[in-house]
Write a protein that binds this ligand. Structure first.
Ligand code: KG4
Length: 338
């Protein structure tokens, strides 16, 4: 089954063709990050407008790279929640038009389910049940993937997402948006151990997380140093900050493995590209005797292929929508909006 999949929830316009949920035939992506970097973060209206401009040409490119014609497409999938609403609406409207024109089923896909499904593309042997640590720019979740379309949230951030925290910390260090990747490079230049940053604990809820205190601590630290005219050891701060994020994530991932008795965990989302978090997850899972799946870097960030992968399983479960499908800015990954 060839699924034409659309992703436009933030600042990447992406169109992909995926066969039977596991094989990527094409994966066309246009990132707007350079444009938003001028403003230090994503400007929602610019994001929507850039999606409008790019999505049609990217669709042609995705079909050409897959060496398919429109008649070879069996279904259309779209990331319909959560995200910047104007941006999501572009993908949803376009996908609906394509499904209408081709007279094929329309499959709505939750963006975070898509991130988790990126692992199916990289690891053919991976099948539920397993745990997922979904760490992106807008979400931070520990999920029990009981089946392809049956998921339970075991833990979540109570405030900011890990990626949002990376981006804000990077900004006060003068690094470009999106800040995760340059923070990663900077952190690798230091062993850290210089700055004492907070670790959050959500009482009564061991698997929940919080990043806003850490974000504020880094912002205050940088501003105080600036006001006093003191130089910051930026590499050490990046390293200590990353360690604080990792300390929020890795022990909770291990705890979730213990609590559920699962032996397999997959990472997902842009922050799963972080080299220090990857290494510490590997170490912790090895010590725990658990199998860890870490998607290749190109599948960690937003892409259309992950939407096409999850869409196949949504289709098999009967989760198709009519052409009155709407877009949603927020939605839990075990809810549906159609
Ligand atoms: O999954 P993603 O591409 O978009 C969302 O669905 O949100 O994640 C983007 C986030 C950004 O906050 C970005 O700074 C972060 O992932 N990121 C990283 C790294 N690469 C991207 N964070 C830490 N280390 C990285 N190497």
């Amino acid at each position: 089954m060839n699924i034409l999949a659309f992703e436009s929830t933030c600042d990447e316009t992406a169109v992909s063709v995926v066969r039977d949920g596991r094989t990527v035939l094409s994966d066309a992506i246009l990132s707007q990050a350079d444009m938003h970097a001028l403003y230090g973060g994503v400007v929602p209206e610019i994001a929507s407008r850039k999606h409008v401009e790019a999505i049609s040409a990217l669709t042609d490119r995705a079909l050409a790279e897959a060496q398919l014609t429109r008649g070879d497409i069996d279904a259309v999938a779209v990331s319909y929640a959560p995200g910047l609403i104007g941006a999501v609406l572009v993908g949803v409207s376009f996908a609906k038009s394509v499904a209408y024109a081709l007279n094929v089923p329309l499959i709505p896909v939750h963006h975070i389910r898509g991130h988790i499904a990126a692992n199916y593309l990289a690891f053919p042997e991976l099948k539920p049940p397993f745990l997922a640590l979904a760490i992106s720019g807008g979400n931070t979740l520990i999920v029990d993937v009981k089946d392809y379309t049956d998921m339970e949230i075991l833990g979540a951030t109570r405030d900011d997402a890990a990626g949002e925290c990376f981006d804000k910390a990077a900004r006060v260090l003068g690094l470009p948006y999106p800040g995760g990747k340059p923070m990663d490079a900077l952190a690798q230049q230091s062993k850290g151990g210089k700055y004492d940053l907070p670790r959050a604990h959500v009482s009564g809820s061991e698997l929940d997380m919080s990043f806003s205190g850490l974000k504020t601590a880094v912002v205050n630290l940088a501003h105080n140093a600036q006001q006093k005219g003191e130089a910051l050891d930026e590499a050490a701060l990046a390293r200590d900050f990353t360690q604080a994020v990792s300390d929020e994530l890795v022990p909770r991932a291990v705890l979730a493995l213990r609590q559920t008795g699962r032996k397999v965990i997959a990472a997902a989302g842009g922050v799963a590209a972080n080299s220090i978090i990857r290494a510490q997850l590997e170490q912790a899972c090895r010590a725990e005797g658990a199998t860890l799946y870490l998607p290749p870097l190109r599948l960690c960030g937003d892409n259309g292929a992950m939407i096409g992968a999850q869409a196949y399983y949504e289709y098999l479960a009967g989760n198709t929508a009519q052409l009155d499908l709407n877009a949603f800015a927020t939605m839990d990954l075990n809810e549906t909006g159609f």
